[in-house]
Design a protein around this ligand. Structure first.
Ligand code: IDP
Ligand code: MG
Length: 145
């Protein structure tokens, strides 16, 4: 697979999580993402099995919230997104705000839409390397990047 743009830091991976999708907030969230200058390069409406949620969040398997997180993330449809912008990973983490919405800055996606530290509306990759791994979890044919 060709990794040039992922490695150059222009691409991140996101999910609109089950709470935000179920509440009908996907459109408003996509609009905030586009208004912030991200280009949607891939988008899929899908649902994780509990087992696949477990694989996606493997890095957290020793954390006390892991089982709940896998159950929540497989509880309903999600939207998987590949997003492009300069310095995408950091720019997107800024747009979504802190993991805990109580600590998220005003105007961030999580501040506006998250219900709790767990049901926090959106996912954003934390590194270029993980952006590629996470995007590959949902999409094949990433040669386009
Ligand atoms: P991030 O999504 O901001 O990168 P991570 O620490 O990677 O945060 O955690 C992954 C996800 O696990 C969070 O987005 C949230 O849904 C859930 N989570 C994180 N910390 C807690 C917690 O303390 N209690 C319950 N769920 C949590
Ligand atoms: Mg994370």
């Amino acid at each position: 697979m060709q990794k040039s743009q992922f490695m150059a830091g222009n691409v991140t991976f996101s999910m609109i999580k089950p709470d935000a999708y179920a509440d009908g907030n996907s459109g408003a969230i996509l609009q905030m993402i586009e208004k912030a200058g991200f280009k949607i390069k891939a988008l899929k409406l899908t649902q994780l099995s509990e087992q696949n949620a477990g694989k996606f969040y493997e890095v957290h398997r020793e954390r006390p919230f892991y089982k709940d997180l896998c159950s929540y993330m497989s509880s309903g449809p999600i939207m998987a997104l590949v997003l492009e912008k300069q310095d995408a990973v950091a720019a997107f983490r800024k747009l979504i705000g802190a993991t805990n919405p109580a600590q998220a800055e005003e105007g961030t996606i999580r501040k506006i839409f998250a219900k709790s530290i767990e049901a926090n509306a959106v996912h954003g990759s934390d590194s270029d390397e993980n952006a590629l791994i996470e995007a590959s979890f949902f999409f094949s044919g990433l040669e386009m990047f």
